[in-house]
Ligand binder design. Structure first.
Ligand code: NAD
Length: 321
């Protein structure tokens, strides 16, 4: 039986990835600085560890009949645009410490494969009608935020360790990912969850506040598609960073309309000042498609599975107040 370590298993994508690896027949250890907030972890073993500490990275990698066949590094101090712009130092310090130590101890423990979760935030700001960027066009680098710079450094570090220690390294640059069992309130939530919460709590007919002028263009990938892509990439021989995302671009206002449709609840939008991020980010997904990956969930399909979950959380919290 293959053994996998999932760092960040108490988080959104890591939690879903553990379920996927269990379905694929792995023995899985999950590690996170906290327990999963929304479900019991499907991991065979779940250990609470602060991976900024080198000794904890060593401990996470220590396993009977080791080393680990696969290490998935998804632990990061992270959140949506509001968090990315207000917690630059925390992101640059905490995520860098986790990445620096995890890759070192994974390589020196003899782990065979190492996956690193990078982000579309490594790309520069774009205009809406620009052609999509390939992975190589992340350079010359000009990420729009510090989160993106930290990801680029961690990518390079993972590749350097791969070269020196003969560890197979796979790097995915994720597009915005959404789905049930992700952060939906508290300041770290991303747009699909935040807007679902606002719509679920809005009066009927109601108005919700949206950061920016609503024209920024984005694409969103449903969690089931994302974990399928992560697994496919990890099993592949694609050693270079690889984008994973669905090619369905919508403006922020169109995202609101899609969620409102799914909710069956028309809403008015009041645009207010707030951190929006880049104007557009269009990137090519040819490499992941070459592996046979296809996104199965349209934005509407994915939101139909996400909105009811966020609504249930928001209503439960409201009733508890
Ligand atoms: P998340 O915040 O739900 O999960 C990250 C997990 O890392 C959290 O559970 C957190 O507790 C854990 N963590 C943070 N600091 C830690 C530490 N010191 N020690 C141990 N665990 C620690 O975020 P997510 O959406 O699941 O993202 C997973 C990865 O994917 C991250 O690296 C993120 O940057 C990347 N990513 C996510 C998206 C997205 O849209 N969700 C997009 C691009 C990249």
């Amino acid at each position: 039986m293959k053994k996998a370590l999932v760092c960040g298993a108490g988080g959104f994508i890591g939690g879903h990835l553990v379920k996927k690896l269990k379905n694929e027949g792995y023995w899985v250890r999950g590690v996170d600085i906290k327990e999963h907030e929304f479900c019991e972890s499907a991991a065979d073993e779940f250990v609470v560890l602060d991976l900024r500490e080198p000794a904890n990275c060593e401990r996470a990698l220590l396993v009977d009949e080791g080393p680990f066949d696969e290490v998935y590094q998804l632990a990061a101090d992270m959140g949506g645009m509001g968090f990315i712009h207000s917690a630059e130092c925390e992101i640059m310090r905490n995520s860098a410490l986790v990445n620096v130590h995890m890759v070192h101890y994974a390589a020196t423990s003899g782990a065979k494969r190492y996956f690193f979760s990078s982000s579309a935030c490594v790309y520069r700001d774009m205009t809406t009608d620009e052609p999509e960027l390939s992975e190589e066009e992340a350079y010359p680098a000009m990420p729009d935020n510090e989160y993106g710079w930290e990801k680029l450094y961690a990518e390079r570090m993972a590749m350097a360790y791969g070269r020196k220690f003969g560890m197979e390294v796979r790097i995915a640059r994720f597009q915005n990912c959404y789905g049930p069992e992700g952060t939906w309130t508290g300041g770290r939530e991303k747009a699909p969850a935040a807007l679902s919460r606002k719509i679920s709590l809005a009066d009927e007919p109601g108005t919700i506040e949206v950061w920016g002028d609503g024209t920024a263009m984005r694409a969103y990938t449903f969690i089931e598609d994302m974990v399928a892509g992560i697994y496919m990439l990890m099993q592949s021989d694609h050693a270079e960073p690889t984008n994973i995302g669905r090619r369905e671009y919508v403006s922020v206002d169109e995202l609101v309309q899609t969620i409102a449709e799914v909710a069956g609840k028309p809403v008015n939008i009041e645009h207010i000042d707030g951190p929006v991020g880049v104007k557009a980010r269009n990137f090519l997904n040819d490499k992941i498609h070459e592996l046979g990956w296809e996104s199965k969930f349209s934005l509407k399909d994915g939101m139909s599975r996400t909105y009811p979950w966020v609504k249930a959380q928001a209503e439960a919290q409201k009733n508890a107040e």
